[in-house]
Write a protein that binds this ligand. Sequence first.
Ligand code: UD1
Ligand code: CA
Length: 458
Amino acid sequence: MNRACALILAAGDGRRMKSRRPKALCEVLFKPMLTWVTDSCQAAGIQHIGAVIAPEAEEVARALPRNCHIAIQAEKLGTGHAVMMAVDFLQEHRDKSVLVLYGDAPFVDRDTICSAYEEHCKRENDLTVVAARLEDPTGYGRIVRDENGGLLAITEQRDADEETQLIQEVNSGIYWFRVGFLLEALGKLGTNNAQGEYYLTDTVSIAVAQGRRAGVYRAESPDVILGANTRSDLARLNEIARRRVLQQHLTAGVSIPFPDTVVICPDTQIQPDTVVLPGCILRGCRIAGDCVIGPYSVLTDCQIAEGARVEQSTCESSVIGSGARLGPYARLRPGSQIGPGAKIGNFVEIKNSAIGQGTSVAHLSYLGDSDVGREVNVGCGVVTANYDGREKFRTQIGDRAFIGCNTNFIAPVCAGQGSVIAAGTTVTEDVPDDALAIGRAPQVVKPGWAERSGKYKR
Ligand code: UD1
Ligand code: CA
């Protein structure tokens, strides 16, 4: 693909989405549609990418890969006009072929791009249109062929007579052009059509009139054509993408017994024999085999080792060791490492902390900025006071320490290996290995006091 570049048309606004954001940034499986498209271009090995965006669309520019050439289209005068705005980019690559495609049609994939390119090169075409066959072609440009099947023209819905409207083969909006031909054809586009726009599709009849080679590549899946103009369209694309990803995991040996409410993003890897239960959203994760994930867990950018169990929990940018158990209702904030076989129970929050092998933090605790050793028992309601209002400090707890319920650690502080902290202690000073720390007011008992006071009598 070193003789190829790509040009993405992304000047559309989000008006029909009722959004302030540009359309190409609307997300499918939590990834902007535009990024689906640039990822596919890059996966196909295309290094030079240009994009046509609307003025003041900095957000769109930021979503593009680095080194992307950016052209601005101030007035939306049609797809042909959009390409004209990128003439500088095309001049720069005039000895190459260019893939033209849209920023709001996310399902164009590497294989379609590469196979269409092969066809384009093999036939020495000036122009190769990627087409699809649709049961209902309404709204799309129709592929008009001659009696021998040769490509003649693309006719837009609004310019098509009744007979042409019956054609079910449609233009996907994805094309390979020889750049030299495209530059020449752009100069010949007019606006004599139902919408008064410069149609990129007119390059086909221009090629045919000049006796040049124009061909069709039929996409394997009609999905490559799908784009989104409305929120309903987006929901539909999300559903298609979601089902497709689930199917891949099912085929690869992941159990998803009730798939209706499971969302797994394409950037997540899962090994066979792991079970994903309902209500999970998994993004950017690497999950080993024999795990049980869910129900109702949201895991983002996590690594989970074999045999771990994560139930009704929310975890971000964390590593979970083999056989560890999380939840129900645990929360791992970024930078947490849970050792093999450790247990993080209900209503426990861990942040930026390492929890050692076999350690148990079973209930109602907050451990932030902590290094906890192996086989430590952290009782109920233990809290690290890691923040003094200005800075964060660490708490260190040695192997096999026993931390009584309702202990507070005022960081920076350290509890040594094998130490015991009595329930209710506020630890302000380091505790040596194997020592007991107890820091609570001695209890006072006044016999008969309650009886005498009368106040608490039923
Ligand atoms: C276009 C094709 C049609 C094809 C269909 C596939 C033309 C004339 N028609 O129709 O044959 O079947 O796509 O979806 O090309 N855009 C700009 N600037 C503009 C106009 C469009 O950047 O001035 C971008 C839009 O953001 C969008 C894309 O180009 O991503 C398609 O534009 P749109 O106007 O929706 O084209 P269609 O009428 O759907
Ligand atoms: Ca469209």
